[in-house]
Design a protein around this ligand. Structure first.
Ligand code: SAH
Length: 359
């Protein structure tokens, strides 16, 4: 046992904050024992706030057409092998109808940066969804847009926005993205989303090319300071049509360890056990929940779209990944002592002093 690492872990549990050096030591000092210690504590604070409830989100992948060329991403604009598609507002609405029937009360509209979806079109779609399903939350994950655009989408009724920061270190961000994309703009978008009033989510890939423990420490410090309502992290997984095709995938162990750390930084955060985690490990979903996650996002996209939304190779699109197999997901969660609930599943608003103090 490395006592100083457990001392750092205790400090995190008590203060919900560490210095970048301490985060780095924790990340590079990964051990099974430390992981178990952190996950036990993460589960404890999560249970105090969210009990044994797991929130589900219906993920609708609205388009794989993208003007960007993020080096790691299978649907980057420059990938000419990618078969492109986009869903019409009518098709998206149909996904919501089916999702509602299955018990989903949050719809996540995710896609590439596709200029087809103007503010006007999206606003119309969002207000329609909210009109037909007033008890549902709408989450958007459509990349970088102007502040005015974000405000219009919010005013039309969108509740949440997911925009992973991808890397809190500018140099690493620039290694993962082409020159047309800027670290500053990404960060500015996140700030704008929060200012407007969205429940805002950031996040990053674990084990991305060139990423070190120091980089991850910066991500954790950023997450601590930015105070997002949601945070999406999952292992990086290579895609054959990218320059990172030959890189190794990120590890499930490290991803779960980081889920525990993020839960301890922000006890009330909405934290998904992501598809990428389920892809690198058969029981990734369960392991994510048992490490402190409290959200799963099964896929509600039409069958024809699902295979084409290939961010990375071997992306799961069957089994519990499929929203239509919700019964199997429920059973798997029950097997580990959790309950999938029919609810919007908003972030629990609480004063910091209350977080994780009970029990
Ligand atoms: N265009 C939107 C949605 C991007 S896809 C946006 O910019 O936010 C959602 C997330 O998938 C990305 O933020 C990225 O972190 C993740 N992703 C992309 N390629 C990946 C890969 N090869 N392995 C793992 N995750 C990947």
């Amino acid at each position: 046992m490395n006592n100083s690492l457990f001392t750092i872990a205790d400090k995190l549990i008590k203060n919900h904050s560490l210095t970048p050096d301490e985060y780095e030591q924790l990340v590079s000092g990964y051990s099974k024992g430390l992981a178990n210690y952190l996950s036990a504590n993460a589960v404890k604070v999560r249970k105090n706030i969210y009990s044994n409830q797991v929130f589900i989100r219906g993920l609708i992948e609205i388009s794989n057409i993208c003007k960007n060329n993020c080096f790691y991403c299978g649907i980057r604009g420059g990938n000419h092998y990618c078969q492109r598609y986009r869903l019409t507002p009518k098709e998206i609405m149909q996904c919501c109808v089916e999702g509602y029937e299955l018990g989903f009360r949050t719809f996540v509209l995710q896609g590439g940066e596709d200029g087809f979806y103007t503010d006007e079109m999206l606003c119309h779609l969002i207000s329609n969804i909210k009109k037909v399903f007033p008890d549902c939350a709408v989450t958007l994950s459509l990349g970088e847009r102007s502040k005015e655009s974000y405000r219009k989408l919010f005013d039309a009724g969108a509740d949440r926005y997911l925009l992973r920061h991808e890397a809190a270190d500018k140099e690493l961000y620039e290694k993962l993205h082409p020159t047309g994309m800027s670290f500053e703009n990404r960060m500015n978008c996140l700030k704008n989303l929060k200012d407007i009033g969205f429940q805002t989510g950031c996040g990053f890939m674990v084990g991305a090319p060139y990423q070190t423990a120091r980089h991850i420490a910066k991500d954790l410090k950023f997450i601590e300071e930015f105070k997002p309502d949601m945070c999406g992290i999952g292992p990086f997984i290579p895609h054959r049509d990218t320059i990172y095709a030959k890189e190794n995938a990120g590890s499930a162990d490290l991803t779960c360890y980081l889920l525990s750390i993020i839960r301890l930084i922000h006890p009330n955060i909405l934290l998904p056990a992501t598809t990428a985690l389920g892809t690198v490990s058969d029981d990734g979903r369960e392991r994510g929940i048992l490490s402190g996650a409290n959200v799963v996002m099964p896929n509600l996209s039409p069958e024809s779209a699902r295979k084409k939304y290939e961010l990375y190779n071997n992306k799961l699109n069957t089994g519990v990944e499929n929203a239509f197999h919700i019964a199997e997901l429920k059973k798997r969660m029950e097997n580990i002592g959790y309950e999938v609930v029919v609810a919007r599943g908003d972030v629990a608003r609480m004063r910091n002093a209350e977080c994780g103090m009970k029990g």
